[in-house]
Design a protein around this ligand. Structure first.
Ligand code: ZN
Length: 154
């Protein structure tokens, strides 16, 4: 059987839970997720855990933030004058915006709204969280030259 190494296209069914067992995401009821192994298409810790496995294998892994969506960074939380949102109708907690930063465009979510200021958070929603994955490998195949060149599955 074909083992999972770089440049293989891998299909997985997965369930992702947080540390308290709440389900965050799953492929159940849909197609398996397909990714190109070694191309950074999925979080690093999960990619590492799947290396050398093969079709039919089940993998349970806890991915720590450093190899998941990163540690929570207080510095990515910013208080912005409400005036900066001029022209935006609904500034409410949970609203998402693209913001310009020194590192280019980042997605931020509004976490607090007060009379004059809005607090936005540029952390990934799963930053700082341990990711509990339960994965079944559904298929493994060679990637095409085009897929390898593009760094993703077609
Ligand atoms: Zn492509």
């Amino acid at each position: 059987t074909m083992k999972i190494v770089n440049d293989k296209v891998v299909g997985i069914h997965y369930t992702l839970k947080d540390a308290s067992g709440d389900q965050l995401d799953t492929s159940d009821g849909g197609d398996p997720l397909r990714y190109l192994h070694g191309a950074g298409n999925i979080v690093e810790g999960l990619e590492k855990a799947l290396a050398d496995k093969e079709k039919g294998d089940q993998v349970q892994v806890v991915v720590e933030p450093a190899e998941g969506y990163g540690e929570y960074n207080e510095g990515l939380k910013q208080s912005v004058p409400k005036a900066a949102f001029e022209g935006v109708d609904n500034i409410e907690v949970g609203a998402q915006f693209e913001a310009q930063s020194d590192n280019g465009a980042v997605s931020v979510v509004v976490t607090e709204v007060s009379e004059d200021t809005v607090v936005v958070d540029g952390n990934h929603p799963l930053a700082g969280q341990a990711l509990h994955f339960d994965v079944t490998i559904t298929d493994v195949r060679d990637a095409s030259e085009e897929e390898i060149a593009h760094g993703h599955v077609h």
